[in-house]
Write a protein that binds this ligand. Structure first.
Ligand code: SF4
Length: 360
């Protein structure tokens, strides 16, 4: 069972897609005018009803994008993937909603409201804006302060019973009631923009969030009086941590944080990354590397190289043995340095905007 609060390191994406009826996004790529690099490269691998969003994109019709966050620590490269998708969608006729899940953080993680709010402003919203998100296109709110969302959640709660919640989320007799209500708040987060305007909505998520999407789609179909359009969704892979396994805010050695400064220790972290290189330089030259199993190559693919041609060159040089892992990691660190320096300059101004947004 995959739940939003518990996901293992080695998710079987193929099996999960089959089990829950998630369709491959590669079948739709030909219909998307300008697919995101994460779609082209198979990192966004699946979808539900994304055809509806493609139609809106093609016809320049309005659609909504919703991406919630539950801040739990410093923002790292794995979290950046969501922002990259929001940046893509903001070029279309969209309104972007960003709920801050402070109620869920309180119920499921025991975090107090002030800590969640400060973390959301200082780390997340600040970085979202520094990365290029247009403050005029986003609608950021705290769940605990949004009366429309809470009111809708109360009404929709009667559309699902405990057995269904248990089957979807695996709740037990030990689960606190707040934790059980949290998914209904999420359902209301996703559906409430349609109370104002009936436009299709897409929710870009990691596979661990799919239970929320399944529940929301079921409830949207049952609550006939609201005439909701069931939400579309896309699913992306999780980023591998620098040493293999999961990238995690609570294990700094596994992650590159967006607030990291270029330094000896950061260089050391990059130079110690798990690669797909061979045991010896001789073998590497003879057999070539295995970029498919390499975290450095993953960093290039997900974040550091936009140009498909440049990425292919690295792939080919790795495969042929022309590129050594030492050279490759050095280049990777240079690209990370350039990215972090640029982001750090933008963050000071973004911080002020982020504070204003939450104050409103
Ligand atoms: Fe990875 Fe680069 Fe080594 Fe290839 S050469 S295995 S891409 S670090």
């Amino acid at each position: 069972m995959i739940t939003p609060w518990d996901v293992s390191d080695d998710v079987d994406y193929k099996k999960t897609m089959e089990n829950f009826g998630i369709k491959p996004i590669k079948d739709l790529l030909k219909d998307i005018e300008n697919p995101h690099h994460l779609m082209r490269r198979g990192i966004i691998f699946g979808h539900r009803d994304f055809e509806r969003i493609i139609k809106s994109m093609k016809e320049h019709k309005k659609f909504t994008v919703l991406s919630g966050m539950m801040p739990s620590g410093k923002m790292h490269f794995g979290h950046k993937m969501i922002v990259d998708q929001l940046l893509y969608y903001q070029n279309y006729n969209t309104e972007i909603y960003i709920p801050i899940a402070d109620l869920e953080a309180y119920w499921a993680r025991g975090m107090d409201f002030e800590t969640t709010k400060n973390l959301a402003v200082e780390e997340y919203i600040t970085n979202y804006i520094a990365l290029g998100l247009n403050p005029n296109k986003i609608n950021v709110y705290l769940q605990s302060k949004n009366e429309v969302v809470k009111d809708l959640a109360l009404k929709l709660a009667k559309r699902v019973n405990f057995s269904e919640m248990k089957a979807i989320y695996g709740f037990s007799g030990e689960t606190n009631m707040g934790h059980m209500i949290a998914p209904i708040i999420q359902v209301a987060d996703i559906l409430h923009p349609q109370l104002k305007e009936k436009t299709p909505v897409v929710v870009p998520v990691g596979i661990d969030q799919d239970p929320h999407l399944r529940l929301t789609r079921d409830i949207a179909n049952r609550a006939k009086e609201f005439k909701f359009i069931p939400p579309s969704s896309t699913y992306h892979r999780f980023m591998t941590g620098l040493l293999g396994g999961k990238m995690s805010s609570s294990k700094p050695e596994t992650a590159i944080f967006l607030s990291d400064k270029p330094s000896k220790s950061l260089r050391k972290k990059v130079m110690s990354c798990k690669t797909g290189g061979r045991e010896t330089l001789e073998e590497q030259k003879k057999l070539g590397g295995v970029p498919e199993e390499c975290v450095v190559y993953e960093l290039y693919t997900y974040h550091l190289i936009d140009d498909d041609k440049e990425l292919k060159e690295i792939y080919d040089k790795c495969k042929s043995g022309e590129l050594t892992c030492g050279q490759c990691k050095k280049l990777c660190y240079e690209k990370i340095t350039e990215f972090l320096n640029d982001l750090s300059e933008k963050r000071a101004c973004a911080r002020e905007i982020a504070e204003e947004i939450i104050k409103e």
